[in-house]
Design a binder for this molecule. Structure first.
Ligand code: NAD
Length: 358
């Protein structure tokens, strides 16, 4: 049965990078047997301009019905002055929360030829391929009570780190399923030597792990995990962790790879449906100039194929095509270091389409 993909190009460079991703999906349809339909819908600032809302009801409806959603980016100076609830970014936050996308997957892949762009020694990052699975809708960012109160003449700020067994269980299951499609190794990161919520986290992940005996499970304290990520990042396959630890560790991991224009992400919920997007924003400084790197959006298509459309071979094909154009020396400005050929957004997309068939 044909799968449905909703495209949400959004603002700034969003439509440019999604345009290149669409070329890749088109080539997979015409030449490699992908059976999928694409529909466009507005989100963010452009949706606000069109309808007065950053997440129009019709867009939400289409997303609910879709097998997968591919988003470009939202936001820009044009909408900075409008009321907070109508800001472009609120459309994206509302979409994630309405679809209950509780698992955020952020791969960090360092291509050997681009490793000089990393802040670590190329030897440590060349060939890096790790995945951080971050719990996205619970933990200390959402726990109650929270606030700032007055006590004994001074102000006290407080938040609550709370996780239920069911919240831990569902993110752990997601992480093991992701690992099963990779190198079958999960490292669960917590602070169980200090925090009760982490003790429950560790126990629960361990219990879920017994359902995935083909996967190896290890545990690591978060302070050590941060150190290991910059000491020897290639030791990891999948890291699963809570909301705040994941927020911090995923930015460390992204930095290891050198360029924001290369990194895709996925946000997944209970169903196989997911929202796929580059981690970068709308980059208003380069929008409309054919300068944006479309590879993060194209690699988001690879994640979409793997996690929502159950097409691992096509996902591999897209990832190999990206690796090939990097090897061939195609470089958008953000990854150009004086070697190879400097290309624009469209030329980079065309190169990936060509490399798909090789
Ligand atoms: P940004 O990621 O848009 O840009 C940061 C820098 O990276 C800029 O110099 C930009 O030119 C460069 N860059 C980003 N993507 C690139 C690409 N694909 N190729 C080449 N260079 C690239 O972050 P920002 O400038 O802080 O934010 C700009 C707007 O994007 C803001 O309105 C912000 O709210 C929004 N934003 C949206 C998302 C999202 O849609 N998920 C995420 C982050 C920021």
């Amino acid at each position: 049965m044909s799968k449905s993909i909703v495209l949400l190009p959004g603002d700034g460079i969003g439509p440019e990078v999604v345009g290149e991703a669409v070329k890749v999906i088109g080539a997979l349809k015409s030449r490699h047997g992908l059976d999928a339909e694409m529909r466009h819908a507005p989100i963010g600032g452009s949706a606000y301009d069109e309808t007065g809302e950053p997440l129009p009801e019709r867009t939400l409806e289409l997303c609910r019905e879709a097998d997968a959603i591919l988003l470009g980016a939202v936001g820009g100076r044009k909408w900075d002055a409008i009321d907070y609830p109508l800001r472009p970014e609120q459309g994206l936050l509302a979409l994630r929360s309405k679809l209950e996308l509780f698992a955020n997957l952020r791969p960090a892949i360092a291509y050997a030829r681009l490793s000089p762009a990393s802040s670590l020694h190329p030897r440590l990052v060349a060939g890096l391929d790790l995945m951080i699975v971050r719990e996205l809708t619970g933990g200390i960012y959402f726990g109650e009570p929270r606030g700032i109160r007055e006590e004994d003449g001074e102000r006290i700020g407080f938040n609550t780190l709370v996780y239920s067994e069911s919240e831990i269980e569902r993110i752990a299951r997601k992480a093991f399923k992701v690992a099963a499609k990779r190198r079958c190794r999960v490292c669960s990161v917590d602070k169980a030597n200090v925090l009760e919520s982490s003790r429950l986290w560790r126990e629960t992940v361990g219990r879920v792990g017994r359902d995935f005996m083909n996967c190896e499970l290890t545990h690591m304290y978060v302070d050590n995990a941060a150190m290991q990520l910059v000491r020897e990042p290639k030791q990891f396959d999948v890291i699963v962790t809570g909301n705040m630890f994941g927020d911090i560790l995923s930015d460390i991991a992204a930095q290891l790879t050198g360029s924001i224009g290369m990194l895709p992400s996925a946000s997944l919920g209970k169903r196989s449906q997911g929202l796929y997007e580059p981690i970068h924003g709308s980059a208003p400084d380069i929008a409309g100039q054919d300068k944006a790197n479309p590879l993060a959006a194209i690699l988001s298509v690879a994640m979409l194929l793997r996690h929502s459309l159950d097409e691992p071979d096509l996902a591999d094909r897209v990832q190999s095509a990206v690796a090939r154009v990097i090897e061939q020396g195609c470089r958008t400005s953000d990854i150009y270091r004086g070697d190879g050929k400097r290309v624009g957004t469209r030329e980079m997309g065309d190169a990936v389409v060509t490399a798909l068939v090789e």
